[in-house]
Design a protein around this ligand. Structure first.
Ligand code: GUN
Ligand code: ZN
Length: 434
């Protein structure tokens, strides 16, 4: 095998710890004139150019980016493939929004041709926004996940997805059965889980749309296969929370429903968690489960403000989710812009380094992939983005006034969007160029 070796020179920053756990200066590494060496899809060195350039063989190509920042590829811990075509749908809160807009578009994914077409658009959109790994909901049709993984595999992306399990409280055209959801999920697991850089997530939509029998079988899948993920929604909307109480009166809180069916664990990711209590956070932490914080969605659907300080207090792993199509942007930068406002409205702060953590290393930790992605340490996979300081006239002018990496990051996260991402690399391969 020939060794593919290349080096990238630019300002380089990456998150190396949660700023909630260490002093902020110890949470990141920054090289103002940095160099990152990539061999066969993996990072083999990162540091100051002055320290690394001399030892680089003269035949190694050095790609230089000026007025640009390299960081780890973004990680989206909650997003819906089938909702690509209805993002930005007007006027409803969660339960009416599902019935009015979501279920009709998800129905279309019974058609493999449609699923393939949307998967292509969806993956391009992720990469345009610098997202190199996502935890993805399909529809209840296994065709949706086949199409998504087929497209992701072609680009050798590290992606996680699952077919939605939903056997009640939804239109007849969209429900499966406990048995068929088990069989279909199993077929997808056998076909895709662990293939290349792909992983499978058992995906009960949320407690109201699954019978106890279906939740039992979801739990069974998790015990049958090692290292599977589990993704679902929790405590997003107050009417939803009331509904879950009525459907499962014997359970002490929303999380306890999932706990009862053995759906908590180190690879379990619960989207939203806007209305969780201390007891639920404690249990999430105890089981190593994670929350996907989805600020644009929580604003757009009028769900409420996620209490990040509470999650931090309990040491719950938190990643960031766009939640397209309840969320309104594929951009993790725009998602961070909204996350900052969520904290402001609660009288709290979101530092640029905590934001960087949430978008990269925090997401990787939520997915137990921090040895592979979410940072630029030697030995990790070369999934990274190049952010362009001159992406728009305003950004360009504003960045000229910025004096520290902290300020630069904050401006990128406030003014930045897909235009800011000039290149996206996955396993050392250029997969998007603006
Ligand atoms: N709860 C159950 N299904 C969904 C969904 O598709 N989107 C969001 N935001 N919440 C949900
Ligand atoms: Zn969602």
């Amino acid at each position: 095998m020939t060794i593919e070796k290349k080096a990238y020179r630019a300002a380089i920053v990456h998150s190396i710890a949660d700023p909630a756990e260490v002093v902020v200066e110890a949470s990141y590494e920054y090289f103002e004139d940095g160099l990152m060496v990539v061999e066969n899809g993996k990072i083999t060195a990162v540091g100051h150019t002055r320290d690394l350039l001399g030892s680089l063989a003269s035949d190694v190509e050095v790609v230089t980016y000026t007025d640009a920042l390299i960081t780890a590829g973004f990680i989206d811990t909650h997003i819906h493939l089938p909702q690509t075509g209805m993002v930005g749908s007007y006027g409803e809160q969660l339960l009416d929004w599902l019935n009015t807009y979501v279920f009709p578009v998800e129905r279309q994914f019974a058609d493999p041709g449609h699923a393939a077409e949307v998967s292509d658009i969806f993956i391009k959109e992720l990469l345009r926004n610098g997202t190199t790994t996502a935890l993805v909901f399909g529809s209840r049709h296994k065709e949706s996940v086949d199409a998504f993984f087929t497209a992701a595999e072609k680009l050798n992306l590290r992606m996680i997805a699952g077919k939605v399990m939903m056997d009640r409280n939804a239109p007849d055209y969209l429900v499966d059965t406990a048995e068929s959801s088990y069989v279909d999920s199993k077929a997808l697991i056998e076909r895709w889980h662990g293939k290349g850089r792909l992983h499978y997530a058992v995906t009960p939509r949320f407690a109201p749309t699954s019978t106890p029998e279906q939740l039992t079988l979801a739990g069974q899948l998790l015990t049958e296969y090692p290292d599977l993920y589990m993704q679902t929604h929790i405590s997003e909307n107050l009417k939803e929370v009331e509904w879950v109480k009525a459907l499962f009166p014997e359970r002490k809180n929303y999380l306890d429903v999932y706990d009862h069916f053995k759906l908590l664990g180190e690879r379990s990711v619960f989207a939203h968690g806007v209305h969780l209590c201390d007891q639920e956070c404690e249990r999430l932490a105890e089981t190593g489960s994670a929350i996907a914080f989805c600020p644009t969605s929580n604003f757009f659907l009028g769900s409420g403000l996620f209490n990040l300080p509470m999650a931090e207090r309990h040491k719950v792993n938190v990643g960031l989710g766009t939640d397209v199509g309840g969320g309104t942007s594929f951009s993790i930068l725009q998602t961070l812009n909204e996350a900052y406002k969520v904290m402001q409205l609660q009288g709290a702060k979101l530092s640029p380094f905590k934001s960087l953590y949430l978008a990269t290393l925090g997401g990787a930790r939520a997915l137990r992939l921090e040895d592979k992605i979410g940072n630029l340490h030697e030995g990790t996979e070369a999934d990274f983005v190049v952010l362009d300081f001159n992406a728009t006239p305003l950004l360009s002018y504003r960045m000229k006034q910025a004096t520290s990496i902290e300020e630069k990051l904050f401006v990128l996260m406030t003014l930045g969007d897909d235009r800011t991402v000039s290149e996206t690399y996955s396993a050392g391969v250029l997969v998007h160029k603006r």
